[in-house]
Design a binder for this molecule. Structure first.
Ligand code: ZN
Length: 233
């Protein structure tokens, strides 16, 4: 029967080309989404195990963060930029789950992230999520959840747009607008827990900080942050 299986798989290959999401080359049967070359070329940071790593420094003086991590370095025209573009703008949720799994493994190996109770994906504005069809941070969380065995909470923190009068506010109050746009719906649920806030890319950290502020409204909550990729070296 083995030949039949192989023949079936070859036929399937003809209709659904099994190619690497990173470089487009043919994949071997045992490869999943990325070829071995792309997989080994992924720029892991190893930040998870390091206290005071560059991601944690971003939040210093802004919001108390127990531990923070970014799985990859983000460089322009790089493999990781291509993959994040795929998961963000090309509807490729499979690669989001896959990269989430890789991040979940790194976090599992670090003792600093082994007491997490909930994964919270940074919410998108509802109209943006409707347009895209999914929240990429939530899909990354799916992959992490499968590896870490930690549940995802995606409906407890919501994001909303401000009214026109509110957006006409003075420029110095713009950050306040970002801050106010996240609302924690269920303070009881998060009380006394370790929450890991998850997003795809970190730039200034302002959005994560704003979202984090809504999470720490819960009593005795410990906030940690995990990002797929960072431009910070
Ligand atoms: Zn490849």
């Amino acid at each position: 029967m083995r030949w039949l299986k192989t023949a079936f798989s070859d036929t399937l290959h003809l209709f659904y080309p099994h190619v690497c999401t990173g470089c487009g080359s043919d994949l071997l049967q045992e490869d999943h989404l990325l070829c071995l070359r792309c997989l080994t070329n992924l720029p892991h940071t190893n930040f998870a195990r390091h206290i005071n790593n560059p991601i944690e420094k971003i939040f210093w003086g802004r919001i108390p963060v127990a531990a923070a991590h970014s799985e990859f370095y983000f460089a322009k025209e790089s493999l990781i930029q291509h993959l994040i573009h795929q998961l963000k703008y090309k509807g490729n949720q499979e690669i989001a789950v896959y990269l989430g799994e890789l991040m979940g493994r790194s976090l599992l190996e670090s003792s600093r992230f082994n007491k997490i109770d909930y994964l919270v994906p940074l919410p998108l504005y509802p109209d943006k999520e409707r347009k895209r069809g999914y929240n990429q941070a939530a899909v990354i969380c799916q992959g992490m959840s499968a590896i870490m065995n930690v549940p995802v909470l995606s409906d407890k923190v919501i994001r909303q747009r401000f009214t026109e009068t509110q957006t006409k506010k003075h420029r110095s109050e713009r950050w306040e607008n970002v801050a106010g746009s996240f609302i924690l719906k269920d303070k009881q649920k998060l009380q006394g827990t370790n929450v890991l806030l998850v997003d795809d890319v970190i730039t200034t950290g302002a959005t994560l900080e704003a979202c984090g502020h809504s999470i720490i409204e819960a009593v005795d909550v410990k906030l940690s942050v995990a990002i797929l990729a960072t431009a910070t070296k």
